[in-house]
Design a protein around this ligand. Structure first.
Ligand SMILES: NC(=O)CC[C@H](N)C(=O)O
Length: 363
């Protein structure tokens, strides 16, 4: 069994010894943790995790198995998966394969048998950092190569669609700018009858307006919002011409377009049980989240935007809206997948905005 040993080495020199899981080889990325207990396939296939190693803090991972229907992208782009125990025999009538087989299929390197709660506590005190999953026992060498490893910054262009395509419906016409979108955003719009045109990340405002959309959605996506400058210019020019709804990276880009700024959080929010307060309704929503950046509250002061939602755990901004135009966005995931459906009402609010404000561009 000796050659089944694999290591997770953190940039700070901490080494965890475990077992091989998923693909052969080694892999480096930014290590983050997710506290969800379910929705493992949706999380691993969320392209917002591009170049990141996902640690599941919950100890038993993959009990519902994996299938061909529940992926949030065609090609998962996470750099690794870290679990305490990988379920070998899933128990679910929809399951077609287990975690190990699913990771192998997509070439994702994983490690099992490590204390993921201890890793989570370490990330919470030190902050997210670089890490490597490797079979090499020369840990000093691994730490040295991690020191010189630079996290790439071109994630959005790697995961966005290269050409526009349509997911047909008979209702409102929506242009969805794809920064690495989760499929459930398209499904949530289609379920409400929308005709969705998925557009590349670098589409210009002219290309978007040529579609004569009733509304424009800005998707989630990986990386630092400051690296997606072209989209900020597009959004600036769309504000006031068409209703806009942004999710996660899309929310951050709307805020940047409005003149606000973003920052990198110490360890972000990732999980399916994140409480958020809706300030207008004075209600708490339990939300699905996956973000490592957030909007600087003070930077919103001199903009046309106001805060609509805040995170209960740390008070950070979770939602904003334009004071006079039909533009709003949330840092969390109303499309769920994985996670609770408390905030699906936001899609309905977008439908209402498209009914009352859509079609302005045709005037
Ligand atoms: N899910 C997302 O869209 C994530 C947005 C951004 N990449 C962040 O980490 O904050």
């Amino acid at each position: 069994m000796l050659n089944d040993i694999r290591y997770l080495v953190l940039e700070d020199g901490t080494v965890y010894e475990g077992y091989k899981l998923g693909a052969e080889g080694e892999s480096s990325g930014e290590i983050v943790f997710n506290t969800s207990m379910t929705g493992i396939q949706e999380i691993i296939t969320d392209n917002s995790y591009t170049d990141q190693i996902i640690t599941f803090s919950y100890p038993l991972v993959g009990s519902a198995g994996f299938n061909t229907e529940d992926s949030e992208s065609l090609l998962p782009t996470a750099k690794g998966v870290v679990v305490r125990e990988a379920v070998e025999h899933p128990s679910n009538f929809r399951s077609q394969e287990n975690l190990d087989a699913f990771l192998k299929k997509y070439g994702i390197v994983g490690i099992s048998g490590v204390d993921t709660r201890s890793i989570t506590r370490r990330i919470r005190s030190t902050g997210v950092m670089k890490a490597m999953i490797t079979d090499s026992a020369d840990h000093e060498d691994t730490v040295r190569s991690l020191e010189s490893f630079e996290l790439p910054r071109d994630q959005v262009e790697r995961v966005s669609t290269r050409t526009p395509y349509i997911s047909t419906g008979r209702g409102h016409r929506v242009a969805l700018i794809d920064f690495g979108k989760k499929e459930n955003i398209v499904r949530s719009l289609n379920q409400r009858g929308c005709d969705v045109t998925v557009m590349p990340h670098d589409s210009t405002s002219e290309e978007i307006m040529q579609l004569k959309p009733d509304g424009v959605m800005l998707s989630n996506g990986p990386g630092n919002p400051e690296d997606v400058g072209a989209a900020v210019e597009t959004i600036k020019s769309l504000i006031g011409r068409v209703p806009l709804f942004g999710i996660c990276l899309g929310h951050q880009l709307i805020a940047l377009a409005g003149g606000a700024s973003s920052y990198k959080m110490k360890f972000g929010h990732r999980g399916g049980n994140q409480p958020v307060k809706n300030l207008a309704a004075n209600k708490i929503e339990i939300t699905s989240q996956n973000h490592g950046y957030a909007i600087v509250e003070d930077s919103l002061k001199d903009t046309d935007f106001e805060v609509t939602h805040i995170a209960i755990n740390d008070g950070s901004i979770e939602g904003i809206r334009h004071k006079t135009e039909p533009v709003f966005s949330v840092q969390y995931h109303p499309e769920a997948a994985a996670g609770p459906h408390d905030s699906s009402y936001l899609f309905d609010e977008f439908m209402d905005l498209m009914t009352t404000e859509g079609g302005r561009q045709n005037v």
